[in-house]
Write a protein that binds this ligand. Sequence first.
Ligand code: JFH
Length: 459
Amino acid sequence: MRFDIISVFPEFFDVARLSLLGKAQERNLIEIAAHNLRDWTEDVHRTVDDTPAGGGAGMVMRADIWGKAIDDILARNGGVSGGKAVLAIPTPAGTPLTQAQCAQLATDAQHIVIACGRYEGIDARVAEHYTQAGVEVFEYSLGDYVLNGGEVAALALIEAVARLVPGMVGNPESLLEESHSQAGLLEYPVYTRPLSWRELDIPEVLLSGNHRESARWRRDKSLERTAAIRPDMLRRLDTSTLDKKDKRKLASLGYLVSREENRLEPFAIRPAVEADIPALAELSARVFPDACPAYLSEEAIAAHIAENFNEERWAHYLSAPEYLCMVCERENGQLIAYTLCEIPAGDGVAGLNEGAPADVLVGGVERQGPLVLMSKFYIDRPWRSGGIAEALWEHTRLALSERTRDYLAPVVWLGTNEGNKRARNAYKKLGFELVGKREFFVGDESNADVVFARQIHMA
Ligand code: JFH
């Protein structure tokens, strides 16, 4: 692979003799040559610029000088293995340079000619002409900031492309890792000796020797960093590259896998507001039957829904101060999950007549504060097992913790159908413990519920 750079500052590229680029040239893997644009001028002042057509500040580089220079360089190296030539032109108006484009150039191009402008840039007809002449013209930018010329961008392109040329990087494993395991995500942080430096320690998991845990930790850090710094990258991520733990982690960061396409989208968990009433009535009515045991009659379920999940009831839940309702909302406004809690006054008990475990130890600790009832915790079917439950629970717990902060050990309890293994396991994973049983009525049919409880303040 050969790079020819044309610039009014060819000495700029002396640095390419250093380091990996220098070694690669010595090993004949790549060739880099810098040429002075002024060598193609004919006047005594070696002029390369002129005033802009149409007026305005600054100067523009002349098309005729550039044309002669590029023709010469392309012809001179027209025999670079007869391979493909690309005319790369750095410009603030180009496409932002990506790793994918660099990889493409590394595999497809044999000859890259880089035209480095100065002043206000190069007469636009240069790019137009070579495109028309059948040369692949690649106008690129390093990012949305303005440099004084194309030279820095040229060096960036050379370095990014050259390291992908086979045989270039000393350790092909690191290239492989780049292109596969961390595809589309920011890198995880890296550490080396000393183990402790200025009071800062290397994360313990990386010293444990457990490679599976180290890999998981790194993956989580990549996901965290990308969510915080480059949410745009998360949205573009192909979700088929994500495993279950990735999806859990992403849900804790506020992203879920969209059902419509295999892309990530952000979701929000927030207290419900009045405007949510119709959606809550609809969602709660639709998901309630899922939580019912099979022996309940359709009529009994329908009656229960009509009585408990109508808009009037929801209006009451949202306005009465003893309730807390948290909802999970998609980007498009759709509600996909909710919790509803009843917080008793003082250190009272919510759901005393519904089997509240008023006197049991939870986590081996005596309750000090209110016993909150979480009467609803529902996730719409298509969104289960994506980590939404954990995220919704954590937001609910934090809100409850805030509302009960005057007490040392408040407790939250719930009842769930005894036969519902999925729900029972889910609550256990969220830190609830089985503390007893209760009888629960849907209509006038009784059914057996198990009762779970946990401390509120503990994460
Ligand atoms: C370059 C230059 C100012 C005019 C509004 C924004 C820019 C050009 C050649 C690439 C990246 C460059 C880059 C690349 C090539 C050249 C200086 C200054 C303007 C109008 C144009 C000359 C700059 N990513 N940033 N800069 N210049 N303005």
